[in-house]
Unconditional design. Structure first.
Length: 298
């Protein structure tokens, strides 16, 4: 073992930085989980605060807002899974099927750009494009003599806008993993299928999709693990008080009770709840995946 470490010490040295990152920023903060079981006082600190057991959990689970935000989180993530998950897969297959190399690279660059735009800027773009009074689309609609569409003020149309903006922002970047998986498929399989008279759709269905099935399953399991957690920026920036019935999610709930109200114990309880349920989702999805397709990540 010592001889092996000495021979490949450069590889182990490269691991030090990512290991340090995970230890400091992933495992280190777990020390603060105990705040969920204490009446946390900012001036007394974690160790000086009084233990209260599961009282904070009872208080959180007794809040009506908690269940509303939990419902919204599951709903938005489930709809995102239905709409946003297939989008990068379809895009990747379309890009892979392109014969022109320069057009493929140009398309990839254009599709990647939204991923690097801040959600604050995206929020401004959304209000400029979909705003009821001054939005570009509504200006065109009213100029044609039709009534304005409340893209951002009606909860149902807001939900559609929310999902489409998410696809636009993430689909291009999500194609990277699928394109990498597609390059690993044996080209001779496509050539043999083409000789046998298989159409392009047949080749995609019988060669392309089975060839990247492990990648699809892995990404699906990871996405299912995030069903109970949701980013803060997107619902907070695009949402408003008129659509709070849909836009108020667990992350905004934690922001309100944690930072705005200073109830750090309750905010930690919600965060711990998300982490535990997310772990259950990942393990459950992985178990079902192994039973049905013999593919899993754990």
């Amino acid at each position: 073992m010592t001889r092996y470490l000495g021979r490949y010490w450069q590889l182990y040295a490269l691991l030090l930085l990512p290991l340090a990152y995970f230890i400091i920023f992933r495992y280190g903060p777990m020390y603060g989980i105990q705040i969920a079981f204490k009446d946390f006082n900012l001036f007394q600190g974690i160790n000086g605060s009084e233990w209260i057991g599961l009282d904070a959990f009872k208080e959180v689970f007794g809040m009506r807002d908690f269940y509303k935000t939990l419902r919204n989180t599951l709903m938005l993530n489930f709809l995102d899974l239905l709409v946003s998950f297939p989008a990068p897969l379809i895009l990747a297959i379309m890009l892979y099927e392109l014969r022109s190399a320069w057009f493929r690279k140009l398309s990839q660059t254009i599709l990647y750009i939204p991923h690097f735009i801040s959600w604050v800027i995206i929020g401004g773009i959304v209000y400029q494009v979909f705003g009821t009074q001054s939005g570009m689309i509504n200006n065109v609609i009213t100029a044609l003599g039709f009534p304005e569409v409340p893209f951002l003020t009606d909860k149902n149309t807001w939900l559609i806008t929310y999902l489409l903006v998410g696809v636009w922002q993430s689909a291009g970047w999500g194609t990277i993993i699928y394109l990498a998986a597609l390059t690993g498929i044996n080209k001779e399989l496509f050539e043999a299928a083409e000789v046998d008279g298989a159409t392009r759709m047949r080749r995609i269905w019988h060669i392309t999709l089975p060839g990247i099935k492990p990648t699809i399953v892995t990404l699906l399991i990871i996405n299912l693990g995030h069903m109970i957690s949701i980013g803060f920026e997107r619902p907070y920036i695009i949402g408003n008080t008129m659509v709070r019935d849909y836009s108020d999610v667990l992350s905004t709930f934690v922001y309100r009770i944690g930072l705005e109200s200073g109830q750090y114990t309750l905010a930690t309880v919600v965060g711990l709840f998300q982490a535990v349920v997310g772990l259950v989702f990942v393990l459950g999805a992985n178990f079902v995946s192994k039973k049905l397709t013999d593919e899993g990540i754990l």
